[in-house]
Ligand binder design. Structure first.
Ligand SMILES: Nc1ncnc2c1ncn2[C@@H]1O[C@H](COP(=O)(O)OP(=O)(O)OP(=O)(O)O)[C@@H](O)[C@H]1O
Length: 316
């Protein structure tokens, strides 16, 4: 794959400015823990490679997500996050490796338990289409290849109302989605993904293009889902309001996993070396990213782009 210019904006995480910046690496969940009672991890990606057009877009990606885990997929524009999500969902073909969803290879599409999977696409792709009310959009989440009429009837309407209620929009059920704000539209899409009561929820950039209040509202919804045991895989450009909801950060660059670390270890957008004493570092050298600029680097600087960071795939 030809290298592309990297976006220098690193993920943001408030807790990354804590003394934990320099402590020994925590271990992400071990592979042995990453299974449910049936022995199947919700997501198992092994050495996945994807070619789109003539470019290698994913290059030997490994990702295992255990039941109840909340994992963020981070990385610069074009690093392959959305492609990885689509690969997990079996929407793009593999040229190498394997992907299992809830224990079933996604290439056996008809055998996958899609009822147990919710997907919230990037809003730009979902907002187009015919005019529909919030309730109709959510009801459409009940449809499937083997359930062409599943969105009809009183029970379907009740389930859709429950899902809208879960995202705080029951009172907007009859409104056309076109008149909803960006944040409300995003919550409708989450309700559509929740209507089948999935165990695994995959969200692609849910915070994109919405204001702070809406982002906070979404973070509260996802925190609640997480507390109820849902497995969450969330594509993010930066942690932002979801910092408290995410426990593990997987960072992609050029179609490869370059970091797989506990979320609190993702650096904030700006790193202030004048605070080393306050943060509990003995010296600036204790800071884990000092190697990128040396101990004599500027006192305050933009944290290094994650895509430029050395590979740090920790033992899992
Ligand atoms: N259908 C396609 N054909 C060719 N190239 C593609 C196709 N879809 C995506 N790509 C390329 O694959 C690379 C990864 O795209 P992807 O959307 O997965 O990145 P991303 O990390 O999600 O980016 P962003 O943060 O901008 O959404 C990009 O260079 C993109 O142009």
């Amino acid at each position: 794959m030809s290298p592309s210019p990297r976006d220098a904006t690193p993920p943001d995480h408030p807790r990354a400015a804590s003394p934990r910046c320099a402590e020994s690496p925590d271990r992400a969940r071990s592979a042995a823990d990453a299974t449910d009672a049936t022995g199947a991890a919700p997501v198992e990606v092994s050495q996945a490679s994807v070619v789109l057009g003539s470019s290698l877009i994913l290059d030997g990606v490994d990702l295992q997500v255990g039941p109840g885990e909340s994992v963020a997929l981070l990385g610069a524009n074009g690093s392959g996050k959305s492609t990885l999500v689509k690969t997990v969902l079996g929407l793009v073909p593999l040229v190498g490796g394997t992907v299992r969803l809830l224990g079933t290879p996604v290439r056996r599409r008809r055998d996958v338990a899609w009822d147990r999977v919710g997907y919230v696409p990037q809003r730009v792709t979902a907002s187009s289409g015919v005019p529909a009310t919030a309730l109709e959009v959510v009801r459409s989440g009940l449809l499937g290849p083997t359930r062409p009429w599943a969105d009809r009837g009183r029970r379907a309407a009740q389930r859709a109302m429950e899902a809208l209620d879960a995202v705080g929009l029951a009172d907007r059920a009859g409104d056309h989605v076109q008149v909803l704000s960006g944040g409300q539209a995003q919550r409708v899409l989450i309700a559509r993904a929740l209507v089948r009561s999935p165990e695994l929820l995959i969200l692609d950039e849910p915070l994109a293009g919405i204001d702070r209040a809406s982002r906070e509202s979404l973070a509260a919804i996802l925190a609640d889902l997480r507390s109820r045991g849902l497995t969450l895989v969330t594509v993010l450009h930066e942690m932002g309001e979801l910092a408290e909801v995410v426990e593990r950060a997987v960072v992609l660059a050029d179609g490869r996993v370059v970091m797989d670390v506990p979320a609190h270890r993702v650096l904030p957008a700006h790193h202030d070396h004048s605070r080393h004493a306050e943060l509990g570092h003995d010296t600036a050298e204790d800071c884990e990213h000092q190697h990128l600029h040396g101990p004599t680097g500027p006192a305050q600087h933009r944290a290094p782009a994650l895509s430029a960071d050395p590979v740090r795939q920790e033992p899992r």
